[in-house]
Design a protein around this ligand. Structure first.
Ligand SMILES: Cc1cc2nc3c(=O)[nH]c(=O)nc-3n(C[C@H](O)[C@H](O)[C@H](O)COP(=O)(O)OP(=O)(O)OC[C@H]3O[C@@H](n4cnc5c(N)ncnc54)[C@H](O)[C@@H]3O)c2cc1C
Length: 329
């Protein structure tokens, strides 16, 4: 009989694991959000769309290049090309060079998650509660609302570190990097105009706090170019200092700096909102790839185990899947 594997989280890690494991086991993916993709996500505010998490990804390893090649051929992934600039301290522009292709999913960043979820048993709107005692038949998965979701031989968490520690609790060794690694926060400002973008750049780095990055989301391939949708990210250290501040005030601070830097007034914007990422990206890590406990049949992976890059989480998930297949077949 095939082993039953529960994967917690339907981001790139969880969906990649599930794709690699589905021919070897009965796999169910549990996701607390109402859609797949995790932090590789898209805010729908029709007619505007904002990729408010992952901005782009690069492909440096042969394995990941092989994975994306057919998706580039089918049009699901495309290179994002154009002028990238730096806003210097005096707000003058300096050109930046991208030394490798920068890819995006088409038509939205969450399209890759949707593609990875095809053919999988994904249970959305299902937040899993911390694991209890292991039964003779395996792990019983309970929802946070108390609903029983069945017995599983293996449980793999791809939730961010704080949430994985909460899910697995004493099942993790005391010296696990999961206890130490913290994800930094980020605020994402989303601004929409019903007119086309006319400036020569499509993305910009900003060196003065609090803003770090501005993307003309509508300049990405496959997006509606009759509109302008802008995604503005705060610096992560600034976000951590202001995570619990009044959200309206934080939004005002970011809007004011955006206006000062770009000269674009937001009072004419058709759409303006902000998203707070409490857990956005990891800066430090021990490059372990994954946690695997073959005694208890517990595992975990995610960007905490390498770096906050889509390619890295994909590679971590592929290598964890390989290690689990070796255990169960
Ligand atoms: C603002 C921002 C900008 C970024 N920019 C880039 C970039 O430009 N390039 C790049 O390569 N990477 C970027 N990243 C990093 C990248 O998005 C992440 O490294 C990657 O998406 C992590 O994927 P994951 O599947 O490991 O985790 P996640 O995407 O976080 O997926 C984990 C999932 O677990 C779910 N979950 C958590 N707890 C539970 C529970 N108890 N029950 C059920 N489900 C649960 C969550 O809802 C989530 O969907 C960025 C991230 C952010 C936030």
């Amino acid at each position: 009989m095939k082993k039953r594997i529960a994967i917690i989280g339907a981001g790139v890690s969880g969906l990649t694991l599930a794709q690699h494991l589905k021919d070897h086991a009965d796999v169910v993916v549990f996701e607390k959000a109402r859609g797949v993709g995790g932090r590789m996500s898209t805010r729908y505010a029709e007619p505007f769309y904002f990729d408010h998490g992952t901005q782009f990804f690069t492909a440096r390893s042969k394995a990941f290049q092989r994975f994306i090649a057919p998706l580039i051929a089918s049009g699901l992934i495309a290179e994002w090309k154009g002028k990238v600039v730096t806003f210097q301290a005096d707000n003058t522009l300096k050109d930046r060079l991208w030394f490798e292709p920068h890819y995006v999913a088409v038509p939205h960043m969450n399209s890759l998650g949707r593609h990875l979820a095809e053919g999988l048993d994904v249970r959305l709107n299902t937040e899993i509660a911390p694991l209890g005692e292991k039964h003779a038949e395996g792990w019983q998965l309970l929802g946070k609302d108390g609903t029983a979701h069945g017995m599983f031989d293996w449980v793999i968490s791809t939730a961010p570190p704080v949430q994985t520690v909460n899910l697995l609790q004493t099942l993790l060794p005391g010296d696990s990097p999961l206890h130490q690694i913290k994800l930094q926060g980020c605020f994402t400002l989303m601004i929409g105009f019903k007119t086309p973008w006319t400036k020569p750049w499509m993305a910009a780095k900003v060196h003065e706090k609090p803003i770090e990055w501005i993307a003309v989301n509508s300049s990405k391939p496959g997006r509606n170019k009759d509109l302008t949708s802008l995604v503005v990210h705060s610096r992560n250290d600034w976000a951590d200092e202001h995570l619990e501040d009044d959200l309206q005030q934080t939004q005002q601070t970011l809007v004011r700096q955006f206006e000062a830097v770009t000269g674009i007034a937001c009072d004419k914007a058709e759409y303006l909102s902000m998203h707070r990422w409490k857990y956005a990206i990891v800066l430090e890590n021990e490059k372990k790839g994954f946690h695997l406990d073959p005694e208890r049949n517990i595992a975990a992976t995610g960007d905490w185990a390498s770096a906050s890059r889509i390619e890295d989480v994909w590679l971590n998930a592929a290598s964890l899947a390989k290690a689990i297949v070796e255990k169960i077949t």
